[in-house]
Design a binder for this molecule. Structure first.
Ligand SMILES: Cc1cc2nc3c(=O)[nH]c(=O)nc-3n(C[C@H](O)[C@H](O)[C@H](O)COP(=O)(O)OP(=O)(O)OC[C@H]3O[C@@H](n4cnc5c(N)ncnc54)[C@H](O)[C@@H]3O)c2cc1C
Length: 421
């Protein structure tokens, strides 16, 4: 059996694997990126047809290349995947598509790792797991299988025509849930949207997109707080981009609180809808306050926008919330669970995980020497799982690998090679 050798093996050819490849090319370390599908496969096959990037083209990109066209536009998902494919070509990334890594284990009695892949065995001194922040769809076990009711995760949703006739319940009001519910309502479907806790920044304020405000206010760089569960952000780039406003959504669909339990054909919802919407409003207003303060302190000439503070009256779903729904009577034929993801690193046969399977790491550096994680939610900061943020985390990991290489290359009496860089 032939065994191929590389210094760094990067597993996953999405934006994270590509960013890693770019920085490794700059460092001179030999490496391979293995991707089981196409480059940025999840943008192509695990997202709905009409999805556009949540941030404008000038922002949601790598520093080394701009998107073609209008920098303020929201790029369709295929355009995002095409961008990464073009990027891989531009930098000459050693990316191999359609190769799945089945298992990685540590070599016994010698350094490095051995990877078993769908195309043979590869040995590497370092392994970077870049298999995504959002890997395995999670559907809570609330509603059993019922004839005439289709249940799917948001990764399985494509467009309104795919769904059987009838009303739709969307569970989850992060960016995926609100965008899918909105699309279904605009297509004339009767929609119920189950709304949990969320943050909802304004799409734009005083002439600047929220991605700009989060940038200048240094909020993208907010660091992970151990033990703190972070709130999902509800934003949308759909239809040219707009603020997610639950009071407006309530005029086109029925909003309910968190989905809690199912018995005898009825789903019950928590009584937390009004509280969740109010906390989202407070988050929205706090960003306007921070933006106004920033404008005042820096004497910026950005047009005032007092009308952005008008929230409108509480809709009926807040004052008299629906707490339970007979699915058959309401004609609900589909439930779309926009309820997030879990990670699956079962292919990594290494001692680098908590009891619940979460990766142990500090800024992506695992306690298992030579193993790295990249693209995790909040790996170092809020931006870590996003297009622009992962590029900086990849740079940190490439530097870390080079430092380790230098230590291992040390021989007594020789000057260190690159530590003085
Ligand atoms: C609906 C949605 C919309 C989003 N919109 C935006 C946005 O607008 N802007 C933004 O900045 N971020 C957005 N994100 C967040 C983030 O940018 C994406 O999740 C992005 O896909 C993450 O890239 P990644 O490379 O870290 O992971 P992934 O894209 O998940 O890439 C991991 C790759 O690893 C491959 N892989 C997995 N296991 C193996 C294996 N064993 N062997 C070989 N290959 C393997 C997979 O095929 C996949 O291609 C969005 C996320 C979602 C879910």
């Amino acid at each position: 059996m032939t065994v191929e050798r590389t210094e760094v093996l990067v597993v996953g050819g999405g934006q994270a694997g590509l960013a890693m490849s770019e920085h490794l090319l700059g460092s001179g370390a030999s490496h391979l990126v293995l991707e089981r599908g196409r480059i940025a496969e999840r943008w192509r096959s695990e997202r709905w047809d009409s999805l556009v990037a949540n941030g404008p083209a000038w922002h949601d990109r790598f520093p080394g290349m701009e998107f073609p066209g209008d920098p303020d536009a929201f790029v369709p998902k295929e355009g995002v995947a095409d961008y990464f494919a073009a990027y891989a070509q531009k930098i000459g990334s050693p990316m191999r598509c359609w190769v799945e890594v089945a298992e990685v284990s540590r070599n016994q009695g010698r350094p490095g790792f051995t990877a078993r892949t769908s195309e043979g065995v590869i040995e590497a001194s370092y392994v970077v797991a870049a298999t995504g922040p959002f890997q395995v769809p999670v559907i809570p076990s609330v509603v059993p299988e019922i004839q005439g009711l289709t249940q799917m995760h948001s990764t399985g949703y494509r467009n309104p025509d795919q769904l059987a006739e009838g009303a739709v319940l969307v569970v989850g009001a992060g960016s995926s849930g609100v965008q899918i519910a909105d699309e279904l309502a605009l297509a004339g479907r009767e929609v119920y949207l189950s709304v949990g806790p969320h943050d909802r920044p304004p799409r734009a304020y005083r002439g600047r997109d929220f991605v700009w405000w989060l940038g200048v206010l240094n909020l993208w760089d907010t660091e992970a707080t151990p033990g703190v569960e972070h709130t999902t952000i509800a934003v949308s780039g759909a239809r040219g981009g707009h603020t997610v406003d639950f009071r407006d959504l309530a005029s086109r669909m029925t909003l309910v609180g968190r989905t809690e339990a199912f018995a005898e054909g009825r789903l019950s919802f928590a009584g937390d809808l009004a509280g969740n919407i109010r906390r989202g409003d407070a988050n929205y207003l706090s960003l306007l306050d921070a933006a106004d303060d920033y404008v005042a302190r820096n004497g910026l000439d950005l047009p005032e926008e007092p009308e952005a503070r008008a929230l409108g009256p509480d809709p009926e779903c807040m004052t008299d919330p629906l707490r339970s729904l007979d699915l058959a009577q309401a004609g609900v034929t589909t439930i779309i669970w926009a309820t997030g993801f879990r990670q699956d690193y079962s292919w990594l046969q290494l001692d680098a995980f908590t009891e619940t399977g979460a990766p142990l790491h500090q800024r992506g550096v695992s306690p298992e020497p030579g193993l790295y994680f990249l693209g995790l939610p909040w790996q170092t900061r809020r931006g870590s799982s996003f297009i622009w943020g992962v590029w900086y985390d990849a740079k940190y990991l490439a530097d870390h690998i080079c430092k380790q290489r230098d230590y291992l290359a040390y021989a007594p009496g020789q000057a260190p090679s690159t530590q003085d860089r």
